[in-house]
Design a protein. Structure first.
Length: 291
């Protein structure tokens, strides 16, 4: 199929892009890398009257580290995240997730902001943002506003972005050397959407975990923080019993549904398997030592 007819604009500044969105409202769509939007256009799932191409806005690109924060422009491409030494050093969770994100051709064109604004519940980067406590900066007609990742993702392919707003950057606290991470997902084939995945970030104290954040994806309408499971492991020896308690708590944290790929029960079982693996990756050998 072919996309329906649309007009095209390539603004030269963020202000110009925002003016176009304000003028055209729901009839306009932002395009950056286009890796999700173009297929949706071709399938006629979307039919905007205007595409606003922000790909040339240099002010929305780049990675910088200052005052303990990694600031990533929304137009930073996946391949740049994958290769950037700043990401490998300060946000190893994102570095670990990037090879799982689709295929090389997609990573070459897709952008961080586009991925997050698309809000696919099976995508890796929203879960990483939840696990890392990311904050999103959004530009609109009344200036900038900032949202925590937990507030940004609101539903299946839905975010807190309004039609006249643009996600401009993501700020993430830099991770210390004593703060391990784990990224795991299960999919039928490399590059497929995950049946279940987890992004885990925490700190090790006296052989146990503190400040643990477990973000699961492909188990609900959005990436989801498993708060009950994390609380079951927080500040206590990592034993098999503690892990089993955390696994049991996942039923109250996640909201998997039946679909053509897997049943809700299968996804919950796989989430529990990944939780155990993630804990062992965060604190290698802890359960065996405590047993």
């Amino acid at each position: 199929m072919k996309a329906p007819a649309f007009d095209y604009a390539r603004p030269r500044s963020l202000a110009e892009a925002l003016a176009l969105l304000r003028r055209h409202g729901d009839e306009a769509k932002i395009i950056a890398g286009g890796q999700s939007l173009v297929p949706a256009l071709n399938l006629r799932l979307l039919a905007p009257k205007l595409l606003v191409d922000i790909g040339g806005l240099s002010e929305l690109k780049g990675i910088a580290v200052a005052d303990g924060t990694v600031r990533i422009g929304a137009l930073t491409r996946h391949v740049e995240l994958m290769r950037a030494p700043e990401i490998a050093r300060h946000l190893p969770l994102i570095a670990a997730a990037m090879p799982h994100l689709s295929h090389a051709a997609i990573r070459n064109r897709g952008t961080l902001g586009g991925n997050l604004a698309h809000a696919d519940p099976a995508s890796e980067l929203p879960a990483c943002c939840l696990a890392l406590g990311a904050r999103m900066t959004i530009a609109g007609p009344d200036g900038e506003r900032e949202l925590a990742a937990e507030e940004f993702f609101t539903g299946i392919f839905e975010t807190a972005l309004r039609p006249d707003e643009i996600l401009t950057r993501v700020d993430i606290p830099a991770v210390g050397a004593d703060e391990p991470c784990a990224f795991l997902e299960l999919s039928r084939r490399s590059g497929d959407y995950a049946l279940v995945g987890v992004a885990a970030q925490g700190a090790v104290r006296d052989g146990g975990l503190s400040r643990l954040r477990l973000a699961f994806f492909s188990v609900g309408p959005t990436a989801m923080l498993a708060r009950r499971a994390a609380a079951a492991l927080e500040g206590r020896p990592i034993t098999d019993a503690a892990i089993a308690e955390a696994q049991g708590a996942l039923a109250g944290d996640l909201a998997p549904q039946d679909d053509l790929q897997a049943s809700a029960a299968t996804r919950l079982h796989l989430a529990r398997v990944l939780l155990r693996r993630a804990v062992h990756a965060l604190v290698p050998g802890a359960a065996e030592k405590a047993a």
